[in-house]
Design a binder for this molecule. Structure first.
Ligand code: ARG
Length: 464
């Protein structure tokens, strides 16, 4: 088969080289955006009287036919045709004849592939936004049921202070909120039109890039033609944002693994999201969170591949850049899959409140409350800390809890302690004492939940 660029060549391409350079097996997914951009480009050429209206009509009609064939899986892929752009154009030529060749006026594959990729990524970003919002909805539902469920808040994976389970879940709501803000901001930078840069230097034809940008829903045009075909910052930025999303998912997944372990038995995961063991009949393994945790690694790897790919590349387009697609495509597939798995798993989580509460009581988690109480008696915090610490040591020696320590024993350590101390040392008193903005007191958590519910609702009303 003769190449669309074959004019200058005396010999045919080496067969292995065709295989080595082909990208069709992964860039085929760009076809809807390739065709959409080509149709707008073609209409612009006619509007600007660079081609005739009948030529435009025939090209547009032909492209729509190619689209149908691709949708039906009827267009065979050939490595000799390299990539999706060549497949579309060559099929167009088969369908409508030599006039197909006019489509490529005033453009090059360099600005074409950058345009297709930006359109595809924009779409993916919008889907991610939707998906993250749905996951936030699922988290919010769970949190709403567990404002008064108390578990041990941890630092260093050691019991620290009791917190509301809703408060713990709201921490993930915040992470996802930042992820969504990042996506909103980078969407603007993805959404700039490279088409019209042609190979690298612009084109002598009187094209109208602003019209094309408007038709394709871009926010603006890439201002410098060389940057337009060389820039892959938008791919890397998205991979970085996806890495943070996966990092957040991996932390949540890790907690699900820990919480569902018989060591803690804080939660039970839905059967449909777990698997058994081929040898140990009693096992129920948290495979889905484990895989989400594991898949974060490959996404971080893709970010690094992309950075390394682009490092020190001279301007402008280099064929190296074809290698941007597999990492970013796999990144998006992985994030979308993990997002779906977690969102569907969350409503199936059942919480063992009693176990959480019991665990929260272990490890003297209200020792800070005792120190804070002494501060109320005008004792400097450092000194109060020391006194409370001695009390904890005594409890360990006598194998009791802080709120079980008799008042007289406490008073032997410090005479300033009164009978009003005991009610402050219960778990719910401890949680509810933390009323500072952003703290875990039930009332503060209810406010945070209401604020999230309101912002999610107003977003869905605004159709965002
Ligand atoms: N398949 C190529 C890519 O993804 C399209 C651009 C090819 N341009 C070129 N001058 N060979 O980067």
């Amino acid at each position: 088969m003769s190449k669309l660029w074959g004019g200058r060549f005396a010999q045919t391409t080496d067969q292995f080289v065709e295989q080595f350079t082909a990208s069709i097996h992964y860039d085929a997914r760009l076809y809807p955006w390739d065709i959409r951009a080509s149709i707008v480009h073609c209409r612009m050429l006619a509007r600007q009287q660079i081609i005739r209206q009948e030529e435009c009509d025939s090209i547009v009609h032909g492209l729509q036919q190619v689209q149908k064939e691709l949708e039906a899986g009827q267009l065979p892929f050939r490595e000799s045709l390299e990539d999706i752009h060549m497949h579309v154009e060559s099929r167009l030529k088969e369908l409508i004849g030599p006039v197909a060749g006019k489509l490529h006026t005033a453009r090059s594959r360099n600005d074409q592939v950058a345009t297709d990729l930006r359109l595809y990524l924009r779409d993916q970003v919008d889907q991610l936004q939707d998906g993250l919002r749905r996951m936030q909805g699922a988290l919010l539902d769970l949190a709403n049921q567990h404002v008064e469920t108390i578990l041990p808040g941890m630092t260093h994976l050691q019991n620290a202070q009791p917190v509301s389970l809703a408060h713990h879940l709201l921490a993930y709501m915040e992470m996802l909120q930042r992820d969504r803000a990042r996506l909103r901001e980078l969407r603007f930078r993805i959404n700039q039109l490279p088409l019209g840069a042609a190979a690298l230097a612009g084109t002598p034809f009187p094209i109208d890039r602003h019209w094309v940008a408007e038709q394709l829903g871009f926010d603006g045009i890439c201002r410098n033609s060389m940057d337009a075909v060389s820039d892959r910052d938008f791919v890397i930025e998205l991979a970085a944002a996806c890495s943070l999303i996966m990092l957040h998912f991996s932390r949540f997944a890790e907690e699900l693994v820990l919480w569902s372990s018989p060591l803690l038995s804080f939660i039970e995961l839905p059967d449909g999201f777990c698997t058994g063991s081929s040898i140990m009949p009693q096992k129920k393994n948290p495979d889905v969170p484990e895989l989400v945790r594991g898949k974060s690694g490959r996404v971080f790897g893709h970010l690094f591949s992309l950075l390394t790919l682009m490092k020190a590349l001279p301007l402008s387009y280099n064929r190296d850049m074809q290698e941007d697609k597999e990492p970013i495509f796999d990144t998006l597939d992985t994030v979308q899959g993990s997002l779906r798995a977690l969102t569907e798993l969350i409503p199936g989580i059942s919480v063992h409140k009693e176990n959480m509460l019991q665990a929260a009581a272990a490890g003297f988690t209200t020792a800070t409350d005792l120190a804070d109480y002494l501060v109320g008696k005008n004792i400097p915090f450092r000194e109060a800390h020391e006194i409370a610490g001695r009390m904890v040591r005594l409890c360990i020696e006598q194998n009791c809890t802080l709120d079980n320590l008799p008042l007289t024993t406490m008073q032997q350590i410090d005479a300033r302690i009164d009978s009003d101390v005991h009610p402050l040392l219960t778990l719910s008193a401890s949680v509810n004492a933390r009323r500072s903005a952003g703290g875990t007191a039930f009332a503060a958590v209810r406010e945070a939940l209401a604020a999230f519910a309101k912002s999610l609702e107003s977003e869905s009303m605004a159709g965002l």
